[in-house]
Design a protein around this ligand. Structure first.
Ligand SMILES: [Zn+2]
Ligand SMILES: [Zn+2]
Length: 506
């Protein structure tokens, strides 16, 4: 039998060992404030409120708390008050937490951060009479211009390789639905989509609810559990003249284009980019009007401010009976390439129901967007999309990779990059494919020609081709992979020739 004293000891022990590992990525910079102090036996079973100042314009507060004396069973619990209200209590279960308007570590309430005097509340369930304990609270205060660093505590995986994901998924935070345990159609909770993404062997997923930002709280809570899947904050900026996904931003960004909130699309795009976001136009070739209100892209567009175009949309494919090229955004995208804008092509399932059968168009991971990134974290995945080393995989079960390069005079450029020529001559291109047996590559040249290369027969195989180039001609070259029956399996991004774009400045 446990007596009261041993129960108390056990509780103190549990309180001590329940401190989890890091649950939040600490900012990579010196803390803005460091609060230190000492507790003694006189503080046993008392609360100490340690005041600190939060300046106006602060949008996120992150705390990392440590103390000495655990070997003497000293226990310090943690909570937070803002000038107006109690913000939460994590007791002894977390040594780090973040609080912001959009998302907060579980135990703490999200909401605006009022300027003024805040307190870190230290509860002392135990400190021995003769003991002393030194505490240190490091505090970071993010101001409005600090980009969001991600929900994950550091990279999910490290190393340069292909990472595979779905960039367009809806949940119950907009019009995503699924069946409840009693088989009723309900707004689908976020974790169901994430679970399906894991089953589809994805490395990353962006949750892109229509104009909503309430999903970020769920992503904050779920990322530590889904520690093999990078959760990217997204939203589908849904306007009367088209839809565009915004990735990597948790701050409010206006979608009511043409109103005082956002007079022009440029206003919304510059806000998004100022916050480190990436913008992709979705399903641009869908019809607009009463068939599908606001679905096609008809907005006046500053093309230099568009980072990506969703050329394959799973939902569109599903409506077209599984045919990828009917109503695809390929033609729309190539028109912008022809106009000199090196915009990255991506894909997205546009899934609205995680129960959809895994091999069906529009299921989570149908299609996959594969990116060659330096690591699996938000900054690297978004950087890789900007860089353009990106494939759209319409047959993701085979997990194919395609390495596409151009070479001239010892200079090698990968897919997504530009080769500027100082004189006329030949450029040699190479395509290295894994799991490509029984398929064939098509070379799409902006001059209008399509060349089919010799069919692939082995699990790892390379094809070469050489094209004559005029040093004064802007041109792009890309690849399609097709099955023997002509079905489109994969789309590469281009290699650019003689493009002038800020993206290619050294
Ligand atoms: Zn849409
Ligand atoms: Zn959508």
């Amino acid at each position: 039998m446990l007596n009261r004293r041993s129960i108390a000891r056990l509780l103190i022990l549990l309180s001590t060992i329940w401190i989890c590992g890091p649950v939040h990525a600490l900012p990579h910079r010196v803390p803005d404030q460091v609060l230190t102090g000492t507790l003694t036996g006189a503080d046993h079973e008392t609360y100490r409120e340690v005041a600190f100042e939060v300046p106006a314009g602060t949008k996120r507060l992150t705390v990392d708390f440590a103390y000495t004396g655990r070997e003497d069973k000293t226990t310090i619990d943690l909570g937070l008050r803002d000038p107006d209200r109690f913000r939460g209590w994590s007791g002894g279960n977390k040594s780090q937490f973040t609080v912001s308007a959009s998302d907060s570590t579980p135990s703490y309430l999200s909401g605006p951060l009022p300027a003024g005097t805040w307190s870190l509340v230290l509860g002392v369930p135990n400190i021995r009479q003769a003991a002393t304990a030194a505490y240190t609270a490091k505090i970071w205060l993010d101001r409005a211009d600090v980009p969001f660093g991600g929900f994950s505590d550091g990279p999910i995986k490290t190393g340069a390789r292909w990472y595979r994901g779905d960039l367009h998924v809806h949940t119950g935070h907009s019009d995503g639905s699924c069946l409840s345990r009693e088989q009723k159609k309900i707004p689908c909770p976020v974790f169901r989509s994430l679970q399906t993404a894991v089953e589809a062997k994805l490395d990353f997923v962006a949750i892109t609810d229509h104009n909503a930002t309430s999903q970020f709280q769920a992503l904050r809570e779920l990322q530590p559990y889904f520690d093999d899947l990078l959760l990217i904050p997204g939203r589908e900026v849904t306007t009367f003249k088209g839809h565009a996904n915004l990735f990597g931003v948790v701050d409010p960004v206006e979608f009511q284009i043409g109103t005082s909130h956002a007079p022009t699309l440029s206003d919304t795009l510059s806000k998004a980019h100022g916050l480190g976001g990436l913008v992709a136009i979705n399903h641009p070739s869908l019809p607009s009007g009463e068939i599908c209100m606001g679905c096609g892209w008809t907005a006046q567009t500053p093309w230099a401010d568009i980072d990506a175009i969703e050329v394959i949309n799973g939902g569109t494919m599903r409506s077209a009976g599984g045919q990828a090229e009917v109503l695809s955004g390929i033609g729309f995208w190539q028109k912008q390439l022809d106009a000199g804008y090196p915009i990255t092509a991506i894909g997205g399932s546009d899934n609205h129901d995680p129960d959809r059968s895994v091999d069906e168009a529009g299921a989570i991971g149908q299609p996959v967007t594969a990116v060659f990134a330096q690591g699996l974290d938000q900054a690297n995945i978004l950087a890789a999309i900007r860089t353009g080393q990106v494939l759209i995989d319409l047959d993701p079960a085979r997990q194919r990779t395609l390495d596409f390069r151009a070479e001239r005079g010892g200079q090698v450029v990968p897919m997504g990059q530009n080769l500027s020529l100082s004189k006329n001559g030949s450029v040699r291109f190479s395509a290295n494919l894994t799991n490509g047996e029984g398929t064939r590559l098509e070379v799409i040249d902006s001059t209008g020609t399509v060349t089919v290369l010799t069919p692939l027969t082995k699990p790892i195989e390379e094809r070469w081709f050489t094209l004559k180039m005029d040093h004064q001609q802007r041109r792009w070259i890309r690849l399609n992979l097709r099955a023997a029956d002509g079905r489109l399996l994969m789309i590469s991004n281009p290699i650019y020739i003689n493009f002038k774009s800020p993206r290619f400045q050294p």
